[in-house]
Each structure stands twice: as structure tokens, then as C-alpha cells.
Design a protein. Structure first.
Length: 413
């Protein structure tokens, strides 16, 4: 094989671990075969079953980086620009610049540098000629592959599914194009787009939980079935957890746009009473009507008032901020920061929801089998029920199988 065949260039936003895996594949090796080339400072982050977590990341010292560059058979120039963790490598080791040991350290990418998603394999194949799996740092507002109409899923949610098909959900890819404008306006207004997105996502994810009881909600169920390949049916709760961010993305962008609009913030202030007597917020107030209209759900103004979550916190902060500005009072910190997202308002991670589903299913199976045994014992004369008190004085019941008539007859014979 010539050097050109073995050449593996880093892809934009890729994790160094993902690149290392692709290099191993090019040499027809398992990634684990390459690891002894470096001295590792800590243990590999493992997922269920002991496999390396898909969102694992490796930091390399300078000598370690040079070794990886040599294996990739490409120039080092592309590495720092493409691999977000690359510049952090040398700083992670207490060593002198001329240390020629190849040092490496594991970390979990998604907790160090932000969410990691599966790359689009079709795009990878286009760029590299190989449809290998790629892990990329990808913010939640950039998950649509427009070319292939796919939503790229988080790599560490504990499932194998890499993407959702958005062919029937044009609103989702349109929303990603709209987000760029929303982020620009947010930044112009002095808000951090990342925090605005997080707040809007928290608001919409709370609605997502409540929407199960919204009779008029038809958009989300339809979109959910589309991304589930036509029918989420038998695995409804699984799909509901895995596809939440894709399905609700257009609403998240619409809410982010509304919350950063000064005219909308003015409505919140007016609803509260403005400079007059304080009034309680109402879903059919000016702000509620505006949100419902922007979301294309006019019936939302008839929902029961609930300001217990992120939206209520945001409204309160907007009003307090405006009040302080009007009275020349200096803001006090996070209670006046509309984009401060409290821990309890953060959406439940998909991985946690899936674990809960698994536990729920296990519990239900255990209960069903226990009920079956009880029903069997109660109705089955083949069991003898014996009540007794155990050695700690607790009352208990034991069931003993009686010999079947044939066995009993044989026993007597
Ligand atoms: Zn693609």
C-alpha cells in the first residue's frame, strides 16, 4: 500500500480518538492495537459492556502528537484547526518541551469540550472515500446535515442509532438556517447565543413533557412518527426520548427568537403591570398570545397557567431587570440574568431517560412474572401454601409444589 492510500486527514470538529480509530482502520488494525504506542496516564472511559465510550477523547503531549501525525501521513498544519482538543494536549502533561516520551491521557469529550455527535457517514464517505464512523464536537443547533437531510444524534446516549431521517421534516432543516440569524441578533443585543439556545431548549423541553396531555398538539406527534421511520408505535417511549431534540428544534429556534426580541420583552413587562400595579401573568396575556402565534398554536393561550419552569424564571428576570433599570438600581447577579438556567430547569439528558425506561421495563417484567406466579399458585392446586414466621420474627408465606398425581402414584407404588 502506498502512503497516499494510508493518508487519513482530520475532519473538522473531530475528536482525536475518532481520528485515531480511523487511522487504525486504514492500517487494518483495531484501535486498541495502536494504543500501546503511547504511555497512558489514566484508564479508558468505558461505556456499558466495557467498550470505549464513543465520546471518549485523548490528549497527547507534543511527542505523542507528532507520533499520531506521522501515522496519519498528513501534514501537522491541519490538526490544530480541525481537532478541537488538539491545542489542550501538551498542557495536560507536566513535562519539559524536549520530553520525547509519547504521553497520552483519556478524558470524556462531552464533559470537557461540549456535546459530541455521530458524524454523517455519507458526508465522511464523500470526503474520505470511507464511510467510517466519525465523532464530532457539534453544538445542538448544528445537528442537521442539510445535504443528506439527517439529524445527527449524540454519541454518548447509550444507543447505537447515529442519525434520524429528516426527509419528511423540512421544518427542522429550515430551523437550522434560521438559527444563524437568531444567534446574530442575540449577540447584537448583548446575549450569549449559546445561553439563549439553552434557555429556549429548556422552555420547549418542559412543554414536550406537558404535551402528552395537550389534545390539540398534532405537529410533534406527526414529526415524531416521521423521524421514527413512519411509526414510533411499539417503541414510542424510546423514540420520544431519542428524537426529542430533533422534533422540538423548530420550536426551540422560534422561542429563542421571541425571547431575544425587545418588543416581546416589552410585552412581558406590560403584562406584569409595567409602571402600574403588579399583575399576575396569564397565558392569554400579550406575551402568551405572541408566543402562541409565533409557534402556530393559538390554543396555547387556553392552557392552564404554569410558570414554574424555565419560562417563568426568564419572565421574572426580565421584569426584575427592567424594574432595576427604571429605578437606577444595579443588578444583583443571576436572579436578574434572564439567561441564567437553573439546574432544575435543565432538560433530562437522553441517556438518563433511556436508563429510566430500561429500569421501568425491568420492574414491569419482574412484577408481571411475580403476578403470574401468584396467579398460578392461587389457582393451582399443585401448590401448598404454608404461612410461617421467619427467624427475625417476620410473617411470610412459602409455596411448595405438591407432587403431581402420577408422581404421587409412582411414589406409592
Ligand atoms: Zn451528510
Amino acid at each position: 500500500m502506498g502512503a497516499g492510500v494510508l493518508r487519513v486527514a482530520p475532519l473538522p470538529g473531530e475528536t482525536t480518538w475518532s481520528l485515531l480509530c480511523r487511522i487504525a482502520t486504514r492500517y487494518a488494525m483495531a484501535p486498541g492495537d495502536l494504543l500501546p504506542g503511547w504511555q497512558w496516564a489514566n484508564a479508558r472511559p468505558q461505556g456499558p459492556g466495557g467498550a470505549t465510550r464513543p465520546d471518549a477523547e485523548v490528549l497527547l503531549n507534543r511527542a505523542g502528537q507528532r507520533a499520531l501525525v506521522r501515522l496519519s501521513r498528513t501534514g501537522e498544519d491541519s490538526f490544530a484547526g480541525a481537532l478541537p482538543s488538539w491545542p489542550d494536549g501538551p498542557g495536560a502533561f507536566a513535562e519539559t518541551a524536549d520530553d520525547d516520551r509519547l504521553l497520552a491521557r483519556w478524558q470524556v469529550a462531552s464533559t470537557a469540550l461540549g456535546p459530541v455527535a455521530f458524524g454523517c457517514r455519507l458526508c465522511t464517505a464523500r470526503r474520505t472515500g470511507q464511510a467510517s464512523p466519525v465523532m464530532r464536537y457539534l453544538p445542538r443547533w448544528a445537528r442537521v446535515c442539510g445535504r443528506h437531510q439527517r439529524w445527527l444524534l449524540d454519541a454518548a446516549d447509550g444507543h447505537e442509532l447515529e442519525h434520524l431521517d429528516l426527509a419528511d421534516c423540512p421544518q427542522v432543516w429550515a430551523a437550522q438556517r434560521r438559527w444563524a440569524g437568531v444567534a446574530r441578533r442575540a449577540a447584537q443585543a448583548g446575549a450569549d447565543p449559546e445561553r439563549v439556545f439553552a434557555m429556549a431548549r429548556a422552555v420547549v423541553c418542559q412543554w414536550w413533557e406537558q404535551a402528552l396531555s395537550w389534545d390539540q398538539e398534532t405537529v410533534w406527534p406527526t414529526r415524531l412518527h416521521h423521524v421514527a421511520g413512519g411509526d414510533a408505535g411499539p417503541r414510542f417511549w424510546w423514540w420520544r426520548a431519542v428524537a426529542r431534540d430533533a422534533v422540538t428544534f423548530p420550536e426551540v429556534v422560534a422561542v429563542a427568537r421571541a425571547l431575544t426580541d425587545p418588543a416581546v420583552q416589552e410585552q412581558v413587562w406590560d403584562d406584569h403591570g409595567g409602571r402600574g400595579p403588579v399583575r399576575a401573568f396569564r397565558p392569554d396575556g400579550a406575551f402568551g398570545c405572541e408566543l402562541a402565534a409565533r409557534l402556530g398554536r393559538p390554543w396555547m393561550t387556553e392552557l392552564p397557567a404554569d410558570y414554574s419552569g424555565a419560562l417563568g424564571a426568564w419572565m421574572g428576570a426580565v421584569v426584575r431587570g427592567r424594574f432595576r433599570a427604571e429605578h437606577g438600581i444595579t443588578p444583583t447577579g443571576w436572579p436578574d440574568d434572564p439567561w441564567f438556567l437553573k439546574k432544575e430547569h435543565r432538560p433530562a439528558p437522553v441517556a438518563v431517560q433511556l436508563r429510566n425506561l430500561d429500569e421501568h421495563a425491568e420492574r414491569a417484567a419482574r412484577q408481571a412474572s411475580a403476578a403470574q406466579v401468584r396467579a398460578g399458585r392461587a389457582g393451582d392446586a399443585a401448590f401448598t401454601r404454608v404461612a410461617y414466621v421467619d427467624r427475625r420474627g417476620r410473617r411470610a408465606v412459602a409455596y411448595y409444589r405438591r407432587p403431581a398425581p402420577a408422581d404421587a402414584a409412582r411414589g406409592q407404588g
